[in-house]
Design a protein around this ligand. Structure first.
Ligand code: GDP
Length: 380
């Protein structure tokens, strides 16, 4: 009898030990995330067994293929109207159109013309360096070409502006699925909103999308992204508040691979760029994102056009932490500082790939230099 008790005791101890080892190993990777904190918002039309709770979320222990994500979401039934850049550049256009109209009215290219041109470029926040460089090039062409009329002068200005802009440069999904796109930038520039708009566009196009809420420092950011995901039928992965952003991105990518997603859109935290830990963290996020399935094909710096030249200071700091593949310029609808596009091109040498022109889902346009410059020169 005693022997039986001893055997049962040994068996209990052994089972507990094995259980402990399995549990701790399972939690290694996400040690900063509370167990069960990973949340995936399911598609509204998915399997009822994974139905959303009252807050619209389903809690999962592990990234799993539970969300039955089909390529087209319900939300895409209502087609989005794509705005024309020209219709949304109100303030930026008026800075140039006033100056161009007064220049066209002059009979000769005199000092006043050059002053007006310079003033318009500076007011549009092209920046001193790029303005001087651009006007020097225009002066040389005017002199060498014997140009005397102001209309021809403006043609040269337009051509020189265009020559400085790269694009349109398409976003790269890559060949290895899922393609991973990271969005970086300081707080409030529009990262979360841009991911939401882009998620909507991609799901409309038939792509399967995962949104990963890497901004774990701001609970509202994850909730905001969750709402966008729910609306467009993207899968959504988030971690515990204050958790390790890299873990969330890792889990987002793992979930993307598990459900056969085409693209994982990763939000990141944007606390003040002066904190070097943010930059360290972004480097880590980048490394971790590349570790699992798929490949990072875009690292997009989101810049708020209303901050003009200040955005460039931020941009330089981000370029030191992560290798950027493009810029998303948001809030161009409310900014007179459209000239920042030229400053970005000349100082950062990174293409502007997308432009935000409003707060709604459709208010995101691919940046096309010809369309942009044409809009600035449009007469009415
Ligand atoms: P994040 O902190 O970088 O994630 O910034 P959010 O995505 O939360 O955006 C901050 C604010 O900017 C929100 O009120 C957005 O609606 C607004 N916003 C974002 N993009 C645009 C845009 O292109 N135009 C306008 N007018 N507002 C925008």
């Amino acid at each position: 009898m005693l022997m039986v008790f001893i055997l049962i005791g040994v068996a209990v101890v052994a089972v507990s030990l094995v259980g402990f080892v399995v549990l701790t190993r399972g939690n290694d990777r996400r040690e900063a995330i509370e167990p069960g904190a990973l949340i995936v918002i399911d598609r509204p039309d998915a399997d009822p067994s994974t139905a959303l709770d009252s807050e619209g979320v389903t809690a999962l222990d592990e990234p799993s293929g539970i969300a039955e994500i089909s390529a087209v979401s319900d939300a895409s039934v209502e087609e989005l109207e794509r705005p024309r850049l020209r219709d949304r550049l109100g303030k930026a256009r008026s800075v140039f159109s006033g100056a161009f109209a007064s220049i066209r009215g002059r009979s000769a290219i005199n000092d006043e013309v050059w002053d007006d041109l310079e003033e318009a470029l500076l007011r549009a926040d092209v920046g001193i360096g790029p303005t001087t460089e651009l006007l020097d090039a225009v002066r040389a062409r005017v002199r060498d070409g014997g140009i005397e009329g102001t209309d021809e002068l403006l043609d040269v200005v337009k051509a020189e502006m265009l020559a400085r802009l790269e694009g349109p440069v398409p976003l790269d999904i890559g060949v290895e699925q899922p393609g991973i796109w990271l969005f970086v930038g300081v707080n409030g520039v529009g990262k979360t909103t841009t991911i939401g708009k882009l998620g909507r566009r991609l799901t409309d196009e038939g792509h399967t999308v995962v949104m990963a809420a890497g901004d774990t420092f701001r609970a509202a950011a994850a909730e905001q992204l969750g709402t966008w995901a729910e609306r467009c039928g993207a899968a959504f992965v988030r971690g515990a508040e204050g958790g390790d952003p890299s873990s969330v991105i890792f889990d987002g990518v793992a979930h993307g691979a598990a459900i056969g997603a085409d693209i994982v859109l990763c939000d990141t935290a944007g606390r003040l760029h002066t904190k070097s830990n943010l930059m360290d963290e972004l480097s880590k996020v980048r490394r971790v994102a590349d570790k699992g399935a798929g490949a990072v094909t875009e690292v997009l710096l989101v810049l708020d056009a209303t901050t003009g030249q200040n955005g460039l200071v931020q941009a330089r700091q981000f370029t030191e932490a992560v290798e950027l593949t493009g810029v998303v310029l948001t809030k161009l609808d409310g900014s007179a500082k459209g000239g920042i596009v030229f400053a970005i091109a000349s100082e950062l040498k990174i293409p502007v790939k997308l432009v935000g022109v409003g707060e709604s889902a459709g208010d995101l346009v691919d940046f096309d230099p010809v369309e942009f410059v044409d809009a600035l020169f449009a007469r009415e």
